[in-house]
Design a protein around this ligand. Sequence first.
Ligand SMILES: NC(=O)c1ccc[n+]([C@@H]2O[C@H](COP(=O)([O-])OP(=O)(O)OC[C@H]3O[C@@H](n4cnc5c(N)ncnc54)[C@H](O)[C@@H]3O)[C@@H](O)[C@H]2O)c1
Length: 482
Amino acid sequence: MASPQNIVNAAALQKDIVDSFSTSVTISSSPQQQFSYMSSSPTNSFMSPTGRRLSTSCAPAKALKPFSTGDVKILLLENVNETAIEILKGQGYQVEFHKTSLPEDELIEKIRDVHAIGIRSKTKLTPKILAEAKNLVTIGCFCIGTNQVDLEYAAEKGIAVFNSPFSNSRSVAELVIAEIICLSRQIGDRSIELHTGTWNKVSARCWEIRGKTLGIIGYGHIGSQLSVLAESMGMQVIYYDVLMIMGLGTAKQVSTLNELLNKSDFVTLHVPEIAETKNMISTEQFNQMKNGSYLINASRGTVIDIPALIHARKTNKIAGAAIDVYPNEPAKNGADLFSNELNTWATELTSLSNIILTPHIGGSTEEAQSAIGVEVSTSLVKYINEGSSVGAVNFPEVSLRSLTLDQDNHVRVLYIHKNVPGVLRTVNEIFAQHNIDKQFSDSRGEIAYLMADISDVDQADRKSLYQQLLQTPFNISTRLLY
Ligand SMILES: NC(=O)c1ccc[n+]([C@@H]2O[C@H](COP(=O)([O-])OP(=O)(O)OC[C@H]3O[C@@H](n4cnc5c(N)ncnc54)[C@H](O)[C@@H]3O)[C@@H](O)[C@H]2O)c1
């Protein structure tokens, strides 16, 4: 049985299909054709069994028609970057933009009607709110984190959630470079002193960074960017990662964490927050570090045991540290929020010398916000217009190469379904009267997602295909693009 949401989606889509019977699709004038961020993957040559036509690898990609384009409604909250508004409006979507988040009752009212919503960290998309979202196909989190959305519930409803985990990598890497220099020259302390009228010109235990060794823990997006920047400033770079990764420039991978700690003048962490990384730098690891070395953490607050860090600094085991992330962080900006009530050791930490503390600003730059706007809105467009779920955080990641302009009577089926035995047999029986040009499916937990391009489908067949898929017992949500 179709869920209530599916019935409503079905009604909306059926209207679109019916509309399409009387609407001629003018492919070449679609806004999507003018959209420079859309990557239209070249289509490989292949022959349909009817031998009708060959598409060539350089045939232009066809803009698929999800609904009547002007009918796609997007709700953008929390002042998401204007790059996103431009891209979504450029598609011809109806975009409603709000600078702030909305109170729950207003959000429920608005979310009923929209096909996509864009939020940042303040809007909580709970089951109560998502249950009202009858037409919603996708959520864009214009930020890194996605814990403001009930991801599992969204997946159960066939709603794909996208975020932007890597748009701010460069910003973090640059901050770390700044911190390396600031720590080795005690800039934080000198600045605080002068702000309070104290002139304290010292050179003792202040160093150039040239020739020093930077040890990077976690050589992913940020760690590898940082590696290049540090080398260009004359540092030697070593790194430790659970994966074997080829180093950039002359950076060298070491095989154990202890080896990295033993050899580095500066140690910087760029690992994800997972069980294995919790307190990965604690008393034992501080003991392995060189005397007078420095520690930097702009990854996640749980990866360093802060009381152990306080001890290491008090005993001069380390000469300084820069911390951007904390086990508990205030939910908003304001005075007196970074207190012992939040983290029991706050006063002790803030009283130490050569400890640079920043309020989780590693990725907070104008460039990163703009890149996040482009990345997330592009993911939304690709999912709405093409069905590609690559990059979704709660959903199987599936994509098919684009259809080309010369492929007339094709339909793309996007079938989100329960991950149970027998689905493919049922679906392929439905497809059986047509030719399946290409098909791909993947699952994640209890949800699976199938994409298929079917050829020689006329308008009446589209409607029939759609209704048959909708009536399968496995259906969560079905869309047809053509
Ligand atoms: N301060 C900020 O504002 C800010 C901004 C962006 C990202 N971050 C954080 O920075 C961290 C790194 O981000 P990224 O984009 O480079 O991530 P990434 O996924 O690209 O790279 C992480 C790397 O860590 C490695 N790794 C995982 N577990 C490890 C372990 N136990 N020991 C050693 N290496 C391990 C992975 O193999 C991977 O290469 C993340 O925690 C992210 O949340 C912070």
